[in-house]
Design a protein around this ligand. Structure first.
Ligand code: PXG
Length: 287
């Protein structure tokens, strides 16, 4: 397995970064989780756009153009002969003396990992709890920035683990439903599809955008509005979306069973449509 690290490809066991890297010392960095399906990198441009937005938001100057960064991802898949893969693209502030001042770092660290990952899209539902850990408010650390600061999500995940369930949902500071630890949330009620707005401390998921687009094309009414736990508890269907997760039905939340514990019809239809388009919307690795 070869890793892209700062302009060259190195063997996995040689892919090391300095203990003085501010990505490690202070979580000062950003990342993207991306999928490739049968040699097509799903919505690579959209992921790169979000990466550069995250960078700009924390004044992290990436020394590559967007096109050069896209090529890093494509070349990392090529050199490893991967067609179905999970890609982790990370940019940190770089190496610098101790002390959190970003000015101490002169050159960002860039690495790209690609690992085989087969398409999931199982129909098995998951169980979730609502975490007591609130999603970071947009004026504290905006979830729109996909930063290396994942402790907020990890603390919620620890509660899910302790509760013996797959995932935890986080509320925003006002008690409205925000998102999962690494995924967005959708409710289906009376044929209408609802998802929390970005203002509810939500990362604008690329899968979320794709599902909203697909659902509208399929003729569903899709509403982005603040949701309360009550609306999740009484949902006809509940599902999450994310690059790794794709679409996963939620069959139980805080002990309330959803749709008799089975994947819902709308979720199933959306999942089937997503399966069709995931190879068509993206960047070809092998011409
Ligand atoms: C907090 C959060 N919310 C939603 C999503 C879904 O966004 P996308 O549809 O663009 O993936 C994410 C991103 N998903 C994410 C984050 C961290 C790790 C992993 C992983 O599966 O390894 C995945 C995320 O981190």
């Amino acid at each position: 397995m070869k890793i892209y690290l700062n302009g060259e490809f190195v063997e996995k066991e040689d892919a090391k970064i300095s203990v003085y890297d501010h990505g490690l010392l202070y979580g000062d960095g950003i990342f993207e989780g991306i999928r490739a399906y049968d040699g097509v990198v799903f919505k690579l441009k959209e992921h790169i756009d979000r990466l550069y937005d995250s960078a700009k938001s924390i004044t992290l100057e990436i020394p590559l153009t967007k096109e050069e960064m896209e090529k890093v991802v494509v070349d990392t898949l090529k050199i490893n002969n991967l067609k179905d893969a999970y890609i982790r693209l990370v940019i940190t502030r770089g190496v610098g003396d101790l002390g959190l001042d970003p000015k101490k770092c002169s050159k960002p660290t860039i690495f790209c990992i690609a690992e085989p990952m087969n398409p999931l899209l199982g129909e098995d539902g998951i169980k979730v709890i609502t975490s007591s850990v609130r999603r970071l408010p947009v004026d504290v650390l905006n979830p729109a920035v996909k930063s290396l600061n994942y402790l907020n999500s990890i603390l919620a995940k620890i509660q899910a683990n302790y509760a013996g369930v797959n995932e935890a949902f986080l509320l925003d500071r006002e008690g409205y439903v925000a998102e999962g630890t690494g995924d967005n949330i959708f409710v289906v009620k009376n044929g209408i599809i609802k998802t929390p707005p970005l203002s509810s401390s939500v990362l604008r998921g690329i899968t979320r955008d794709t599902v909203i687009e697909l659902a509208k094309e399929m003729g569903y009414k899709v509403v982005e509005e603040r949701l309360t736990l009550h609306e999740l508890y009484v949902a006809d269907e509940l599902f999450i979306t994310g690059t790794a997760a794709e679409l996963v039905p939620v069959v139980e939340i805080d002990g309330r069973t959803i749709n008799n514990g089975k994947i819902g019809e709308t979720t199933k239809k959306l999942s089937e449509e997503f399966k069709k388009i995931r190879k068509t919307m993206g960047t070809k690795v092998y011409e």
